[in-house]
Write a protein that binds this ligand. Structure first.
Ligand SMILES: NC(=O)c1ccc[n+]([C@@H]2O[C@H](COP(=O)([O-])OP(=O)(O)OC[C@H]3O[C@@H](n4cnc5c(N)ncnc54)[C@H](OP(=O)(O)O)[C@@H]3O)[C@@H](O)[C@H]2O)c1
Length: 354
């Protein structure tokens, strides 16, 4: 198969760096353009990303020597665009690419909750991609914008999906312990986060609530009907580099057996596994039996595609009837961002939407 040209918008940031490392040598995609702000445009990628590169692998030489361009469709020259732009910039820039005919797979929150924009996790709601037709018709675009969820929502929703399908959901309460890399570059000042927990992340709780209901909503006639169960979230920043840990308590509609629920989680598979997409982990959810797992340092790179599996542990009965509690961990810049946007792009290629 001929490789698809890909432009990365926001190529120098926390997510942009992950995109570069995951897309380099990708079997379906070729990085043909790297875009960032005017501060970086015109310079070599190695020069601008080098000083803030935070991954343990080197910048691939071929990529280091590419010139960074500004984020305009004129300079991008690719049909597939993966965006890791800040939300305010994405709001202005992503529609310009969609209008120019590009398929934009976005990490940004700017369009996630728009009625005609799919908010997709390929294992969970691939059918929501049908919104692309509505979007193109409504906006008169040749291209489109498809979004992935907030990094906290992704891990939670992957774990909820099989439970929701099997037992129904009445209520979900989640308390998060989120890594500093979730705040992008330069991130949370070290003086504020070392030896500390910050019990507030701007706008995060609302995103978790709204996005969870949209993703687990039903695809109706050209519109997503949000799921009806209640979600409450409390979000905290903790001194962990990568990996969001979430304590979940939920009440189901029908009776739930703990051992059976573990099996349901373990056996969960979706479209990416059926279609054998290159970034699909064989097992989206890994269930841990140890009392003290999952832990970010030990489990964030879980999966046959490192960092793309979600780990669930401490699965236990809650104190209320039909209730379940567990801890879920996912890598926020891989499964929660770069890998999520790439998996969405792979799904669209498999569906011949690119
Ligand atoms: N970090 C996470 O775990 C995570 C998870 C899920 C989703 N997200 C979302 O993904 C997006 C990127 O997050 P991040 O953490 O990677 O942010 P980041 O580290 O702050 O990186 C931002 C990137 O956008 C570029 N940029 C900034 N202003 C620009 C402009 N006016 N025009 C063009 N490019 C511009 C920056 O380029 P310069 O180097 O030139 O400034 C940089 O490449 C955000 O929308 C974020 O909410 C992040």
């Amino acid at each position: 198969m001929k490789k698809v040209d890909v432009s990365i918008l926001g190529c120098t940031g926390t997510v942009g760096q992950r995109l570069v490392s995951m897309l380099y040598n990708h079997p379906w995609f070729d990085i043909t353009a790297l875009a960032a702000s005017e501060r970086s445009a015109g310079k070599k990628y190695g020069e601008v990303a080098g000083e803030k590169w935070h991954l343990p692998t080197e910048i691939p030489e071929e990529v280091a020597s590419m010139e960074v361009v500004d984020a305009t469709p004129r300079d991008a020259g690719a049909t597939l665009v993966i965006s890791a732009l800040p939300a305010d910039v994405a709001r202005r820039v992503e529609p310009e690419f969609a209008e120019a005919g590009c398929t934009v797979s976005s990490n940004a929150s700017a369009f996630r909750m728009e009625e005609d924009v799919p908010l997709v996790i390929p294992e969970v709601n691939p059918d929501h991609l049908k919104l692309v037709d509505v979007q193109k018709e409504r906006r008169g675009w040749q291209g489109c914008i498809v979004t992935d969820p907030n990094c906290t929502t992704i891990g939670l929703v992957i774990a909820l999906k099989p439970i929701y399908d099997c037992y129904g959901l009445e209520r979900v309460y989640v308390t998060t312990m989120q890594a500093v890399s979730g705040a992008g570059l330069p991130g949370v000042p070290s003086l504020m986060i070392i030896d500390n927990v910050i019990p507030y992340i701007s706008e995060e709780e609302g995103k978790v609530v709204r996005e969870t209901k949209k993703i687990l909503g039903r695809m109706g006639d050209g519109v997503v009907v949000p799921a009806g169960f209640k979600v409450e979230a409390s979000c905290n920043r903790v001194p962990v580099l990568d990996g969001h840990t979430e304590s979940v308590f939920l009440v189901t509609e029908s009776e739930v057996d703990v051992e059976e629920a573990k099996e349901v989680l373990r056996k969960f598979r979706g479209e990416p596994q059926k279609l054998k997409l290159p970034s699909a982990p064989e097992q989206p959810i890994i269930v841990r039996e140890e009392n003290d797992r999952p832990q970010p340092r030990l489990d964030r790179m879980a999966g046959s595609v490192p960092g793309m599996s979600v780990s669930v542990g401490r699965v236990r009965r809650g104190s209320e009837p039909n209730s379940l509690a567990f801890t879920v961990l996912s890598h926020n810049t891989i499964r929660g961002a770069a890998g999520a946007a790439i998996l969405n792009a792979e799904l669209m290629v498999a569906y011949k939407m690119v």
